[in-house]
Ligand binder design. Structure first.
Ligand SMILES: *Cc1c(COP(=O)(O)O)cnc(C)c1O
Length: 469
């Protein structure tokens, strides 16, 4: 009897003559559409074997359309970050300034001066675009841009210390996340790890002992602790101390700064995040940092420092393998120009978010609450904390005002918001779904509030009526 039912299923050719299938073919192409129809029919056959009735043509076509939509829509999509984590690595780190976006768009549209000297009418260097600005901003003699900071550290270690020793404190043998571990990168570079001191305490005398006993030390590496903090009984020599020691022994210091702040974080109520300029002044031979953390630009790794150490890295074969692309260089140059024009806190989103005063965030939160309540969504305001993220300033927070939605099932609602278009990434705190205005761009507000209202309607979430509305 199920064989009879199986016979009721149409053929792929029959379905192809369906009018709505013609639209699918026009959108997704014939081959993908045929495959999706086959999948749809195969699913129907399985259901029939299990005793179900044969679905009609319309259902078969709708299922094929669903396959096509899910399979052929992009998975790398814009999301609204309402988590309050400013540099969120999972959500793409730094959003770019309008000028950086425009620069990248302009360069992507056609040809560019990537490696062309307009004045001379001949081949130029891709390295010029951001590097002059980096030197001007950091006070360094030379600069190099690569694909990311992990690449920068690998290039630095390979180019300066391959086959030789690198001295590092045990307290700095860190794992950043995403598989970046200092000892592993060291091994990959072919340099030999010379670990000194202890997890919590490493002294100047530990460095001296290592320099004395190790004949082939090529580098002293200092790595930013990044996403954790050692508190209590802890000490390690400062960068100026290390640089002085290095100068004494003719061993250069490489500083993996991680975040690479170009501005001081203290005026915004945060602890001090070491800046690139400080490392350069302190005498680091080479300083490595990311361009998409506190710098607020596109993904890249920046190496700045003394020309005698940085220039050979530019000619290293690894530099070619790790080179930055034209979109990155265009975005980075535009971002760096904001610093030179003294407009970073107004133009670079990461800094604008850090610099937004609590009163302004509270104003936006009140506005959201008003809009939501007008749409019969009860919302409350809660005191909360935003974080910088991106491995900078661990444990440091910025006071914020959260918009809290007292929904009965925050997990379920949070999943529905992630499934919305555009997806909204929120936080759950004290059994509330909370949204932090600090990381929501002003131009995203309407989308965000509409998504919330629409999502609540569609999943018919039972809002806790017992809470004051
Ligand atoms: C983030 C970080 C890195 C890795 O930088 P990417 O740009 O993600 O490759 C390396 N070192 C430190 C100290 C970091 O904080």
């Amino acid at each position: 009897m199920s064989t009879d039912t199986l016979r009721q299923l149409p053929s792929v050719d029959h379905l192809l003559s369906n009018e709505s299938v013609a639209t699918l073919v026009a959108t997704y192409g014939r081959q993908q559409t045929v495959e999706a129809l086959r999948e749809s029919l195969s699913l129907a056959r399985d259901e029939i074997q299990d005793g179900a009735a044969a679905p009609d043509d319309e259902t078969l076509v709708e299922r094929a359309a669903h396959h096509l939509r899910t399979r052929l829509s992009p998975t790398l999509r814009r999301v609204i970050n309402a988590t309050g984590v400013i540099i969120h690595t999972n959500l793409g780190r730094a959003p770019l300034s309008t000028a950086a976006q425009a620069a990248m768009e302009a360069v992507s549209r056609g040809y560019s001066t990537l490696e062309y000297d307009l004045a001379a009418g001949q081949r130029g260097h891709r390295t010029l675009h951001a590097e002059r600005l980096l030197c001007e901003l950091t006070g360094a003699e030379s600069a190099l841009v690569v694909n990311n900071n992990a690449g920068g550290v690998l290039l630095g270690l390979t180019g300066l210390a391959q086959g030789r020793g690198v001295i590092i404190s045990r307290g700095q043998l860190v794992e950043i996340g995403g598989g970046f571990r200092i000892p592993d990168v060291m091994a990959q570079s072919g340099a030999r790890l010379i670990e000194i001191g202890t997890t919590n305490r490493t002294h100047r005398r530990d460095y001296v002992a290592a320099l004395e006993s190790c004949q082939d030390a090529a580098l002293i590496l200092r790595a930013h602790h990044s996403n954790f903090r050692i508190v209590g009984f802890a000490t390690e020599p400062s960068l100026p101390e290390l640089a002085a020691l290095g100068a004494e022994w003719s061993v250069p210091v490489m500083d993996d700064l991680g975040s690479g702040a170009l501005l001081d974080t203290t005026p915004f109520g945060l602890a001090h995040e070491p800046t690139v300029q400080e490392s350069v002044v302190a005498g680091a031979a080479v300083v490595c940092f990311s361009a998409d953390k506190l710098l607020g630009g596109p993904q890249a790794g920046v190496i700045v420092g003394q020309a005698r150490y940085v220039d050979p890295l530019k000619r290293h074969p690894l530099a070619r393998a790790l080179r930055a692309d034209k979109l990155c260089l265009a975005g980075l140059q535009a971002t760096l120009l904001h610093y030179l024009r003294d407009e970073a806190t107004a133009q670079i989103p990461v800094w604008r978010m850090i610099a937004t005063p609590l009163a302004e965030i509270e104003g936006r939160a009140r506005q959201w609450r008003r809009t939501l309540r007008r749409r019969h969504v009860p919302a409350d305001l809660l005191d909360g904390a935003s974080t910088v993220g991106g491995g900078s300033l661990p444990g440091e927070t910025l006071p914020t005002k959260l918009v809290a939605l007292p929904v009965a099932h925050p997990d379920q609602f949070s999943a529905a918001l992630r499934a919305a278009d555009p997806p909204v990434i929120a936080r759950i705190a004290e059994n509330h779904l909370v949204l932090d205005p600090r990381t929501v761009l002003p131009e995203e507000e309407q989308d965000l509030l509409q998504t919330i209202t629409r999502t609540l309607e569609t999943i018919k979430e039972s809002i806790d009526e017992t809470r004051p509305g």
